[in-house]
Design a protein around this ligand. Structure first.
Ligand SMILES: [Cu+2]
Length: 503
């Protein structure tokens, strides 16, 4: 596979930095040239040969395209993979080669990001950084080895496309799977407005105007102004729950009037693989009057934890075991702080299906998010003094909708401006310092970090307002890797940056 990086990325190969102090002193500026390990570097291909290989290949064509469907009794037109709200689930075993041809039938360019995978950098799917965008009408081959087991997902990494239906599940099986269960249920959650109340691009435009002197605070489930949600609040998320009003929340592509029902036998254990694909909504998921056993977050095993409910931010995944009781078991996903819900049902063939109105509107008791769990010892990072510490302050606010990192709003035309330098072999510590009044789910591409000293291994973690979340990872996957808030609107407005491997 070969492709040309566009000019601006190539320009990033050598970045001349000038010492500001030298300029101020009017002396000739010393020039330091940084050599960045680009996706085209032979080292990327070299690292790929070191990854496990089964010799098997999983081949699939994904066609991003416009299509029409019905939702909540309305005809809508939107964009999705292979003409559906539910994209194909991609599945393979660790070491398999995944070959996906993207046949772009959208009227604009696109890409696919394979969320959570420590894969080869040139397959990461970030236009302007790891590849050129796939033009309208063009085909593009992704080809990479599946590096580690777990529950992952894939989605477009171009502008607001993920806010339509351009996402799907990606499951990587462990040839030595230690977990015992009878069945699996992949659950993909999403907040939806496209075609019902507007289009994601219109929402971004409206939010981008900012709120000026308006007050975004308040209580309860919020008040709607245009597309903006005012006063949606969640104690769990530390205040303001979200920015956007959605008319609908989807559970595996279905609206809440038409829930998915799976069948099982009483006593069976179901492995739930839960993926939050939403743009601006965290979900509190649970089964009324029954506990779940959490087993994984973001694909990696944790010390098993019994909970009454679990909160997933946008981009996060949770695996949990559910023991089936006789009758209908509702799996409820409450839109955190938004006074809305969606759900699915497990049926053993007896009793009657509950109506949504009869389901509880709250899930209380022991409630955690993935960032509060403890890594299974098999995946805990060995204690090591960091070689490098980066403080990444989350900045911006609703007034100007100017989300950024360290006060800088990311510009895809200049991806290496304010890049965060790292080197192969380093233990990197990152302090996410939230200077804003909102929570942000922070996601790093190409690596699975550890939260705190023994916390869960994750690729996306909730950082609450005014909180500091410290994570560490080993810099063992060279290339250029985006990191960003997984709120689709915050990311698009600039809360993004690049971890840049230097030679
Ligand atoms: Cu954010």
């Amino acid at each position: 596979m070969s492709y040309q990086l566009n000019r601006r990325s190539l320009l990033g190969l050598s970045v001349a930095t000038t010492a500001a102090a030298a300029l101020a002193a009017c002396t000739p500026a010393p020039t330091v040239t940084k050599q960045r390990i680009l996706p085209t570097d032979p080292l990327i291909a070299d690292y790929e040969t070191r990854r496990d290989a089964t010799g098997k290949t999983v081949t699939k064509t994904l066609t991003p395209e416009p299509f029409s469907t019905t939702m909540a009794g309305k005809n809508i037109s939107t964009w999705g993979y292979n003409g559906s709200l539910v994209a194909p689930t991609l599945r393979g075993t660790v070491g398999d080669q995944l070959n996906v041809t993207v046949a772009n039938k959208l009227p604009e360019s696109t890409s696919i990001h394979w969320h959570g995978l420590a894969l080869r950098n040139n397959a990461d799917g970030v236009p302007g950084l790891t590849q050129e965008a796939i033009g309208a009408g063009k085909d593009y081959p992704y080809s990479f080895k599946l590096p580690h087991p777990g529950t992952y997902w894939y989605h477009s990494h171009v502008e607001m496309q993920r806010e339509r239906a351009l996402y799907g599940a990606l499951i990587i099986d462990d040839p030595r799977e230690p977990l015992k269960y009878d069945k699996e249920w992949i659950i993909v959650l999403d907040d939806w407005l496209d075609g019902l109340t507007g289009a994601p691009d219109e929402v971004l435009k409206e939010l981008s105007k900012g709120m000026g002197g308006m007050n975004h605070g308040g209580g309860g489930g919020g008040m709607v102004m245009g597309h903006m949600l005012m006063g949606a609040s969640s104690d769990f998320l530390g205040g303001d729950a979200g920015d956007v009003a959605y008319p609908m929340h989807l559970f595996n592509g279905r609206d809440s009037g038409n829930p998915e029902i799976i069948t099982a036998k009483p006593g069976e254990r179901i492995r739930l693989r839960i993926i939050n694909a939403a743009g601006d909504t965290a979900y509190r998921l649970g089964v009324p009057n029954q506990q779940l056993t959490l087993t994984h977050t973001d694909g990696f095993p944790i010390q098993h934890t019994e909970v009454d409910a679990v909160v997933l931010s946008m981009g996060e995944r949770i695996d949990a075991l559910l023991t089936v009781r006789d009758g209908y078991t509702p799996v409820v996903a409450l839109a955190e702080g938004k006074a809305q819900m969606t759900y699915g049902l497990v049926s053993t063939g007896t009793g009657t299906a509950p109506l949504m109105a009869s389901l509880p509107k709250t899930l209380a008791g022991k409630v955690v998010d993935g960032g509060q769990l403890t890594a299974d010892p098999s995946v805990t990072l060995a204690a090591k003094t960091p070689d490098r510490v980066h403080e990444l302050r989350l900045t911006g606010g609703m007034a100007n909708y100017d989300w950024g990192i360290n006060g800088h709003r990311f510009d895809m035309a200049k991806p290496f401006e304010n890049a965060v330098d790292i080197k192969v072999g380093e233990r990197v510590e990152v302090k996410f310092v939230n200077d804003t009044m909102m929570w942000h789910p922070m996601h790093i591409h190409g690596h699975t970090f550890q939260v705190g000293a023994t916390g869960a291994r994750k690729d996306t973690v909730i950082v609450r307002p005014k909180q500091i979340v410290t994570v560490q990872f080993d810099a063992d996957n060279p290339g250029q890797w985006l990191f960003h808030c997984h709120n689709a609107y915050h990311a698009e407005r600039g809360m993004m940056g690049v971890f840049s491997y230097l030679t």
